[in-house]
Design a protein around this ligand. Structure first.
Ligand SMILES: Cc1ncc(COP(=O)(O)OP(=O)(O)O)c(N)n1
Ligand SMILES: Cc1nc(C(=O)O)sc1CCOP(=O)(O)O
Ligand SMILES: [Mg+2]
Length: 524
């Protein structure tokens, strides 16, 4: 079979992504729709399987075709019965879709027999796609075997070698590796490495089932580097279908053109958001309910609260047009490098930009940030934020009042406000802000006539604030650790301008600062 080629070669004409990201415009004005094909089992309860896959793709703005390998009778109590489709008929479905549609990414879920894997491989060699995402489903969340041990050999020797990414949970990783013990993050790393040797380009071992961990940790391995992707464990019964959802979301992001790590990060965040958002909905009477992929079954007010997370403030990159001009780089390039280096949120602070030019650049930055799963805020300019559909704004005490900003932007946007005093921190909470920027912690050359409040002033603001706080002003690699060391639980990160953007290489400075912040977090 020809190598599936991952997501390496996109026709240049597809690159102009529209705001909705579902379609891309070619020079001939033909709209190319990002397409996923899911090859999986049907779940009558619709929390997992084909039904979940279609919902995720729809939620992410991607078209999803479906080839059904098996029909299951299941609900929130478990799997009552499974009916396998004949391999010939699975092949007919594959041919129907692949011979007609321009499928970008194939995602596999329940592949219940070696014969079905065989017909899948045959069809993929006849109709190659850009990427193959393999979720090696073996056992349902309720414990029902969906693909027995007869499948292991063809998975190991035929399917994994042509996969771009595989997304096993620890039980599936263990089964693929002949029953090795995987009970710690170190063992997950070692499993990811061994699985990578079986041929997939990337491996994501999901640690949701790991015993005794307060975090949910997934281990990503690209053949060289490991990334640990942490998220807080969400207490809910509604976890049915999380694996299918994650893999399909990765497929959808790849179909839109994201690099692999970005696709994985976006997918993890999507699952966390959906789980948190629907943690207390009740569908079915069993132990494992479905969750809401469209985030629409609850009060919309709570959506905003669940999407912005205080930890997003960890490394806050604030751009500066003067510095970009000095170093001869565009805002877009500056933002890309900051994100690649580990920035967790971006603010465009373009004090001298002309409105028209700023708007165009802001739109490009929104696309970049969105495809990387990083929020983009606009400094001061509510009009620009609305026009480019940014994720929010940052305003100061002399800018538009926060309550008015909230009424203009609505409940879903993120609003940050600068506070130097406890009174301002109280007011920020009352007015509906999401976070506080507090400084100048140290003297700065970036903002003229800025009053320095020092570490003591920062501590005061943190103590008075019910909101998460990010520290700003004169912060860089040499002193970021001393800021985080004040140890206030709601101090979530540092915001920096010159430490990233008044430097020759934004990427390497961002990486260094991220590393130093991560180390100081580990120590405290
Ligand atoms: C994260 C963050 N904190 C504080 C500020 C300062 O905002 P403001 O007081 O409105 O001053 P200007 O940035 O507009 O000069 C910020 N931008 N970001
Ligand atoms: C934009 C801004 N606001 C501040 C505040 O105190 O609210 S200090 C500041 C400038 C921060 O730039 P640098 O990281 O280069 O010191
Ligand atoms: Mg301002």
């Amino acid at each position: 079979m020809q190598s599936l080629g991952g997501i390496r070669s996109w026709p240049a004409t597809w690159r102009t992504t529209t705001a909705s990201m579902m379609t891309t415009t070619t020079t001939e004005s033909v709209r190319k729709v990002a397409q996923v094909l899911t090859v999986a089992g049907s779940d009558s309860g619709a929390g997992a399987g084909i039904q979940a896959d279609i919902k995720v793709c729809a939620a992410r703005g991607v078209y999803c075709a479906s080839v059904i390998t098996a029909v299951t009778a299941q609900n929130s109590r478990g799997v009552q019965s499974v009916h396998l489709l004949p391999p010939d008929f699975v092949s007919e479905q594959l041919k129907s879709v692949l011979s007609d549609f321009e499928v970008d990414v194939v995602k596999t879920g329940m592949l219940p027999s070696p014969e079905i894997v065989e017909v899948l491989l045959q069809n993929l060699s006849e109709y190659p796609v850009r990427a193959l995402v393999v979720d090696p489903v073996m056992v349902s969340t309720s414990g029902h075997v969906l693909a027995g041990s007869s499948i292991l050999s063809i998975f190991r020797y035929r399917l994994l070698p042509v996969a771009d990414i595989i997304t096993p949970n620890v039980k599936e990783a263990s089964a693929l590796l002949g029953g090795v013990r995987i009970q710690t993050v170190a063992e997950m790393r070692s499993a990811a490495k061994s699985l990578h040797q079986m041929g997939p380009r990337f491996v994501l071992v999901k640690g949701g089932d790991l015993p005794d961990s307060s975090d949910s940790v997934d281990v990503y391995f690209d053949g060289n580097e490991f990334h640990e992707l942490h998220s807080p464990r969400i207490a809910t019964r509604n976890t049915h279908g999380t694996g299918c959802t994650l893999a399909s979301c990765i497929a959808a992001e790849l179909a839109k053109g994201s690099p692999m790590l970005s696709a994985v990060k976006v997918a993890k965040r999507f699952v966390d958001t959906a789980l948190n958002y629907s943690k207390d909905i009740v569908i079915g009477s069993g132990m494992q309910g479905p969750f809401d992929h469209f985030l629409s079954l609850k009060d919309p007010q709570s959506y905003r609260q669940s999407t912005f997370k205080p930890d997003d403030l960890f490394l806050y990159a604030v751009t500066d047009s003067r510095m970009n001009r000095k170093w001869n780089r565009s805002i877009v390039d500056a933002v890309k490098a900051a994100i690649e280096g580990g920035a967790t949120i971006i603010q465009l602070r373009e004090k001298e930009a002309e409105t028209r030019e700023f708007l165009e650049e802001a739109k490009s930055c929104v696309d970049i940030c969105r495809s990387n799963g990083v929020f983009l805020l606009i400094n001061d300019r509510i009009d620009i934020a609305l026009a480019c559909d940014a994720d929010g704004v940052h305003v100061g005490q002399s800018d538009m009042p926060v309550d008015l900003v909230r009424s203009l932007l609505g409940p879903d946007k993120i609003i940050g406000v600068s506070c130097k005093t406890q009174e301002q921190a109280h007011q920020a909470w009352k007015d509906g802000a999401d976070y506080i920027g507090s400084g100048g912690v140290f003297p700065t050359n970036t903002k003229a006539n800025n009053r320095t409040i020092g570490l003591d002033g920062l501590r005061e603001v943190c103590k008075a604030s019910k909101l998460p706080v990010v520290a700003i002003g004169g912060i860089g690699i040499s002193n970021a650790e001393s800021v985080m060391r004040i140890g206030e639980p709601n101090l979530k990160g540092v915001a920096v301008v010159s430490a990233l953007f008044d430097q020759e290489c934004v990427l390497s400075e961002a990486k260094k600062l991220h590393k130093s912040l991560t180390e100081s977090k580990r120590e405290h």
